[in-house]
Write a protein of this length. Structure first.
Length: 57
């Protein structure tokens, strides 16, 4: 059984993998939100909540 913290860490790592795979693109048909099946606004909220820093271009 996974704890709440374990689940949050899995979610954060999944988001990070999706962001890296898409070149840190959040929205659009080839963005991380589409890959994860969530609206971009939801993904942006999770990025902020997890304290994920998106590298500048």
């Amino acid at each position: 059984m996974l704890s709440d913290n374990d689940l949050k860490e899995l979610e954060k790592n999944n988001i990070l993998r999706a962001l890296k795979k898409t070149g840190w693109k959040v929205s659009g048909k080839d963005g991380a939100a589409a890959m994860l099946g969530v609206p971009p606004s939801t993904l942006n909220s999770k990025i902020k909540a997890f304290g994920i820093d998106i590298p500048s271009k």
